[in-house]
Design a protein around this ligand. Structure first.
Ligand SMILES: CC(C)(COP(=O)(O)OP(=O)(O)OC[C@H]1O[C@@H](n2cnc3c(N)ncnc32)[C@H](O)[C@@H]1OP(=O)(O)O)[C@@H](O)C(=O)NCCC(=O)NCCS
Length: 174
C-alpha cells in the first residue's frame, strides 16, 4: 500500500523503520493523547511487538507516514467484528517535530476513503481526549462529525477525563 498524500506518503511499515519509529514515538506528548496500547518510554521492544502484530494480520490496517524517506508517524484503524464489522476505530500520531504543517490533515484525507473502500466500512470512529483540540480540528477538517462527549470515559496521565467521539460515515457500500 502506498498513497501520495501531497506533503507526505502513507505506506506499509517495514522492519527497517524501527530506528525512526522509536525515535519519533518515544515522546510523552504523543503518549499522552493515545490509549494504553501505546508505550512511554517507547523502546525497541515496543517497535518489535508492533511489527510482529502487523505481520500477524491477514492484511495490515495500520500504515507509516513517511516524510523525506523516513517513517515519522502512524495512521490506521482497528476493524470491528460481528455487528460492528462495518465500523473501525481510527487513529494516528505524528512526530512532534512535524506538527502544525497540515501533514496529518493530508494523511487523514487520503487514508479515510482508502480504508473505507478496502475494508468495506461504513463508519470510522475516533474518541479524542478532551485536552486535544488539534486532533479534533484535524477530524473536523476531514469531514468527521462530533457526535458525543463521553463523560469521564478515560483515565490518562493520572486524570479522569472526558473523550469526544468523532465519526465519519459513508453508507454507499451498503
Ligand atoms: C494531533 C496531531 C496528529 C495533529 O497533527 P498535525 O499534522 O499537527 O495536524 P494539522 O497540522 O494537519 O492540523 C492541526 C490543526 O489543529 C489546530 N490546532 C493545533 N493546536 C491547537 C490548539 N491548541 N487549539 C485549537 N486548534 C489547534 C491547527 O491550527 C490546525 O488547524 P488549522 O489548519 O485549522 O489551523 C499531532 O499533534 C499528534 O500526533 N499529536 C499526538 C498524538 C495524537 O493526538 N493523536 C490523535 C489521538 S485522537
Amino acid at each position: 500500500m502506498r498513497l501520495d498524500c501531497g506533503p507526505c506518503i502513507v505506506r506499509d511499515w517495514a522492519r527497517s523503520d524501527k530506528a525512526s519509529l522509536v525515535r519519533h514515538a518515544n515522546n510523552r506528548n504523543i503518549w499522552r493523547n493515545l490509549t494504553h496500547r501505546f508505550a512511554y518510554p517507547y523502546k525497541d521492544e515496543h517497535a518489535d511487538a508492533w511489527f510482529a502484530m502487523l505481520e500477524g494480520m491477514p492484511e495490515p490496517t495500520h500504515w507509516a507516514i513517511e516524510l523525506g524517506g523516513e517513517a515519522v508517524g502512524a495512521i490506521g484503524c482497528m476493524l470491528g467484528e460481528g455487528v460492528y464489522k462495518r465500523t473501525a476505530q481510527f487513529g494516528y500520531w505524528l512526530g512532534e517535530a512535524y506538527w502544525g504543517r497540515g501533514i496529518m490533515t493530508a494523511a487523514v484525507k487520503a487514508v479515510v476513503p482508502y480504508a473505507m473502500e478496502r475494508f468495506g466500512l461504513a463508519r470510522l470512529e475516533s474518541p479524542v481526549f478532551e485536552w486535544n483540540p488539534a486532533s479534533m480540528r484535524v477530524l473536523e477538517k476531514c469531514g468527521f462529525a462530533r457526535e458525543a462527549v463521553l463523560r469521564a470515559s478515560v483515565s490518562k496521565d493520572g486524570e479522569l477525563i472526558d473523550s469526544v467521539l468523532y465519526a465519519f460515515i459513508d453508507k454507499t457500500r451498503h
